[in-house]
Write a protein of this length. Structure first.
Length: 121
């Protein structure tokens, strides 16, 4: 599997990642790190405990990582979650809607991890 095939598999935007990182070598390096990035697990843990401050921090960090990598579907959900828990803002989503977003994010993340494993293999 090539890097471009990985991006097709996981629904990412390869061209967006190249525009940000400028080199395929850097995209390769950072996409491989995604499967081991602790910020995603921190987000899931924060969601399990409904820790608003950690939800914001983790979702905000994940949004940046995924945006840079051209993983726009993941970035969009992380953006919704980070805005939902931004300090000083009013909540707009119900707990059920937040749980649905976290489930959606988890599904996309698992698909990305699976694709990365195939890519590395």
């Amino acid at each position: 599997m090539t890097l471009q095939e990985l991006y097709q598999y996981i629904g990412g935007d390869y061209d967006a990642a190249i525009r940000v990182m400028r080199m395929e070598k850097l995209v390769d390096k950072h996409i491989r790190k995604l499967a081991k990035n602790g910020v995603v697990e921190q987000l899931f843990s924060a969601a399990d405990h409904m820790d608003a401050a950690q939800m914001f921090e983790s979702a905000h960090a994940l949004k940046g990582i995924c945006s840079n990598l051209g993983l726009l579907n993941l970035a969009a959900i992380a953006d919704v979650l980070s805005e939902e828990y931004r300090p000083g803002s009013n909540r707009k989503l119900s707990e059920e809607e937040v749980a649905q977003k976290v489930t959606e994010l988890r599904s996309l993340y698992e698909k990305a991890k699976e694709g990365i494993r195939l890519y590395e293999g």
